[in-house]
Design a protein around this ligand. Structure first.
Ligand SMILES: Nc1nc2c(ncn2[C@@H]2O[C@H](COP(=O)(O)OP(=O)(O)OP(=O)(O)O)[C@@H](O)[C@H]2O)c(=O)[nH]1
Length: 187
């Protein structure tokens, strides 16, 4: 029986995705400062952030006792990386960028065990209908946008506005478990 993988992440969403996929894991939060990254594109940013988390994870935990899993996600729209809003006006701007437009969530993950190293970069694209102004103001007043990259969760405010989606919802939530799981079966 393989040892449970170590999710080196503070993310509740990633833990929930592993749990729902029936993947045995332990969770160990780990600090990594993404602010130092200088990247040519959102895809390059999320890759560098994941590689940075991977390096910190290997040096802190190794891969012998538990295979290591790290991940990072970025939210982009109209070529911009949408970070966590600094204030309500910033949240309004971030959300208005996404209204009636395509938002892409790009998630990179690295899994490394003594037998296998997997690097995956996946994206999920959402075409949103224009947000109803009153609905948007109600959402902004709720403060639920705080701490969320792009100002909302795909299963939250934005959900009723999804016109089309391409890619896995798990990728949008922070971990493409459908890409990971086949490699773990039979280990
Ligand atoms: N449920 C849900 N979670 C989301 C969504 N979009 C992003 N996230 C989560 O938001 C966080 C994105 O920030 P990251 O810096 O990648 O990860 P983190 O939460 O800081 O955790 P670390 O892995 O420890 O860095 C992750 O926890 C994602 O799982 C979404 O639409 N739904």
């Amino acid at each position: 029986m393989a040892a449970p993988l170590r999710l080196a992440s503070a993310s509740q969403s990633r833990a929930l995705l592993l749990e729902q996929a029936g993947i045995d894991f332990i969770q160990t939060p780990m600090d990594y400062d993404e602010e130092q990254i200088v990247a040519s594109s959102p895809k390059n940013f999320v890759y560098q952030a994941t590689v940075g988390k991977y390096g910190a994870g290997v040096s802190t935990f190794g891969i012998e006792e538990h295979p290591l899993l790290v991940a990072d996600s970025v939210v982009t729209s109209q070529g911009q990386i949408l970070r966590k809003a600094r204030c309500l006006d910033d949240a309004r701007n971030i959300l208005m960028t996404q209204s009636g437009s395509v938002t892409s969530i790009i998630t990179c993950m690295i899994y490394h065990s003594p037998r296998l190293k997997l690097i995956d970069i996946s994206a999920t694209d959402y075409l949103f209908a224009p947000f109803d102004p009153e609905d948007l103001e109600r959402y902004l007043a709720s403060g639920e946008w705080r701490g969320k990259a792009g100002g909302c969760m795909v299963e939250g405010f934005c959900k009723p506005y999804i016109r089309s989606v391409r890619g896995n919802e798990s990728t949008a939530m922070g971990l493409n478990v459908e890409a990971l799981k086949p490699f773990l079966e039979g280990l």
